[in-house]
Design a protein around this ligand. Sequence first.
Ligand code: SF4
Length: 399
Amino acid sequence: MFITDRMSAMEGFDAAELVRRLQASGLRGRGGGWFPAGRKWNAVRVEGGEPLVVGNGAEGEPGSVKDRWVMLNRPRDVLEGVRLAARALGATEAVIYLKGSFAAPAAALERAAAEVALGGVVLTVQRGDDSYIAGEETAVLEVLEGRRAWPRAKPPLPAAVGFRGRPTLVQNVETLARVPTAIADPEAFRASEGTLVSLWGRIRRPGVYEVPLGTPLHRILDEHGEGAPDGVGMVFPAGPSAPPLAPDQLDTPLHPDLLRAAGSGLGTAAILVIGSRTCPLAVGASLASFFERESCGQCPPCTVGSARLAQALRAVENARARPADLDALAETAGFMSSHGYCAHCRTAAASVTGLLDRFRTDVAAHLEARKCPRGGGPADPFAVDSPERRAIEATLDGR
Ligand code: SF4
């Protein structure tokens, strides 16, 4: 999966060759956007100046624990990725930024940093804000500059104007950990690329698994998760960051482009399984409440819009809504879909409306019969301390 034993083979590559090989490998960012890493490196490289490398370990997506898994289990790979990025960009400084509560991953990185040569790169491991939005790449820069975690309007991108105006590479820690393998043998990497998934929810064996890209979702649920004890009601392949898939879509391959084509997404691969007896509208209300709770408050369309979505979903769940309320919800979501400094506003609109669209029969039953046809009780998987989130977080303890 990862390597640290082929580092010497890469010492002969100059900066341009490192970037060329990374581009040839096709490595894409694992922070949720799946943007080609080589293009990101190149964008920083052409800026010149005094570049900075920032490893983003501020994982905050509900159910996602894979970045903490990497930092705890593969800290040397993360550091080797940082070292190679710094060499390719001509940077002499690097920061790995984590949430305030990530004491154990920070300690693992610091232990590894004391043992490996970083080629003259001065590395700081910094813990900061614990809020969800603090993991957004420009919010990370704001925190590093001593301000509150409010995302910046883009453009400019951090590659051009990042930390204190310097060209800055902000790269997710799993992505960095895959850089050495990608650069060592780009063709082999491209041919057999895997990714880490955090499998959680109503599944027998929640945990972090390495899975080849292209694996059908049902195989991940069955072979790694050992199945859903009461059948699958829906699956969120990207946690809250994309609409869920219905049970008849589980042959969709785990791939960002193919999941998008199926009307969902991969995001940070925090795959949430919802049981077949769970009320989809209760899950929708949980989803909308998550976006309301985690809006940072900077952009009114996001703050007000996500509150309205949450209110509407709770009304549908509790059979208090009228069909006209869904029209108002669609109008709010339509407005949100083109606003916000960061993706939170647009993602809230897309995820919530995508769920309602996919589970139209359940929505109609709630509106007309004024009850849940599945007989499902309350469900709030996206709540901060939900049993589902506690179960996946607990898997890190037995790593
Ligand atoms: S879109 Fe939402 S989360 Fe993002 S900056 Fe605006 S208010 Fe904050």
